[in-house]
Design a protein around this ligand. Structure first.
Ligand SMILES: Nc1nc2c(c(=O)[nH]1)N[C@H]1C(S)=C(S)[C@@H](COP(=O)(O)OP(=O)(O)OC[C@H]3O[C@@H](n4cnc5c(N)ncnc54)[C@H](O)[C@@H]3O)O[C@H]1N2
Ligand code: MOO
Length: 390
């Protein structure tokens, strides 16, 4: 049995960043920008008014000063001429500030009669002009790698970038095994249950940027498993669920070995998740998750998501570790690191009383996995406890 840390290092060594593809800006949200992208223009491209009012010369601003309105500048339609002494140009938000002007008086501070304006008595010092390139300048980079958020998409659009270089989506095959399993919506026999893990894991991986190929459920026979593995050809990562333990029907390890799997480890000092295995089958990485639903989901979060992030070319691949005070006392931990389903209440962490690895209802209600190191002694409430959000 190896430690969680050693297992994490081993699974990360099984994968590498994938190649770049270009996608249309409309398809870029949530993808990982793989290379820096250069702004193709400055924004704003010209000094622009930030208010509706009158453009004129700052040096001429004083109470009761009068100006002649000689034209108009609107967004998309600038004033072609040059402003001279005693002149003003009617201007609107977003319009280019005319040559010769360096100040915009908001219209609330002006009285207009015909084409003459008179300034009021309390004009702000602020020029109401956004300088050219004040947001970004041509040639400036949006740095990579980063997961593109809606704000990044807006920025890329403003930079006039229509095609975005992103990391190709990792393709993950999910292979559930077990005679007891049927798909949701089917009619289970009296000894059967629904293959819930595949759906939870698919959702988890897709949310993190993978393309998931859901394989048919393999029966507990060598032939059925081999058939399912064959359907996984060409994927980047094969995730098996169940059949990982030591029972007579736990066939993942022997079948994977027959298919040429180079195993990097089997069994991790972690709870839940002990019978985890990982390795390579041909060019694909493979990770075998335990079948218990909570074990599968916890191992998905702790091991598969970091693998996925590495494939996506991200540099921060590990789950974000946080700390909060423990809300109640807890007994001593056993020899495996314990990933306990916990609730966050008023900033403190309360582990659920029920920690059996079959309880999806408890997992679904939990906010966090609090992480206890192996053999940790009993602890009182109040001390800081490490956790990750789920
Ligand atoms: N003698 C021992 N027995 C077990 C040990 C052990 O060390 N010695 N380890 C236990 C631990 S810990 C775990 S975890 C499980 C893992 O076993 P497997 O990975 O072989 O999983 P299965 O036996 O196939 O299934 C366990 C459990 O999960 C249900 N299951 C399986 N797949 C799915 C799925 N896709 N969706 C929903 N539920 C699923 C399955 O019906 C079983 O109830 O082994 C312990 N045993
Ligand atoms: O490790 Mo098992 O995953 O404790 O239920």
């Amino acid at each position: 049995m190896i430690s969680v840390e050693a297992a994490l290092e081993a699974v990360l060594n099984l994968v590498a960043p994938l190649e770049t593809e270009k996608v249309a800006l409309r398809a870029a949200n949530g993808r990982v920008l793989s290379q820096p992208v250069r702004a193709r223009r400055s924004q704003p491209p010209f000094a622009a008014s930030s208010m509706d009012g009158y453009a004129l010369r700052r040096a001429e601003v004083e109470p009761d000063a009068m100006f002649k309105v000689v034209g108009e500048a609107a967004a998309g339609h600038g004033y072609a001429g040059t402003l001279r002494a005693g002149q003003a140009v009617r201007i609107f938000t977003g319009a280019p500030v005319p040559e010769g002007a360096d100040f915009v008086v908001i219209q609330e501070d002006v009285t207009r009669r015909g084409d003459l304006i008179t300034l009021g008595h309390s004009i702000d010092d602020k020029d109401n002009i956004r300088p050219a390139g004040g947001d970004f300048t041509k040639g400036e980079d949006l740095t990579a790698p980063r997961i593109l958020r809606p704000a990044d998409v807006a920025l890329l659009a403003a930079m006039n970038v229509g095609q975005v270089p992103v990391t190709r989506k990792p393709i993950i095959a999910i292979l559930a095994t077990g005679d007891e399993l049927v798909q949701p919506g089917e009619d289970p026999g009296p000894d059967q249950i629904i293959a819930s893990n595949s759906y939870g894991l698919a959702a988890m991986f897709e949310e993190a940027g993978a393309e998931v190929r859901m394989l048919p459920i393999a029966r507990d026979t060598t032939a059925s498993l081999k058939q399912a593995f064959a359907l996984a050809r060409g994927v980047d990562l094969i995730v098996t669920i169940g059949g990982a333990s030591v029972g007579d029907h736990d066939l993942i390890a022997p079948v994977a070995a027959e298919l040429g799997m180079e195993q990097s480890f089997y069994k991790v000092a972690m709870r839940p998740g002990k019978p985890l295995m990982a390795g390579k089958i041909g060019d694909a990485a493979m990770i075998g998750l335990p079948g218990n639903p909570v074990s599968a989901m916890v191992c998905g979060a702790i091991f598969v998501l970091p693998m996925l992030r590495r494939m996506l070319g991200l540099t921060e691949v590990h789950a974000v570790m946080r700390e909060a005070p423990l809300g109640r006392e807890i007994g001593p931990n056993g020899p495996r690191a314990h990933y306990m389903r916990a609730h966050l209440r008023d900033g403190a962490l309360y582990p659920d009383d029920r920690q059996d690895s079959s309880l999806l209802s408890v997992l679904a209600q939990a906010d966090a996995l609090m992480i206890r190191p192996p053999n940790e002694p009993a602890r009182k409430a109040g001390g800081l406890q490490k956790y990750i959000l789920i």
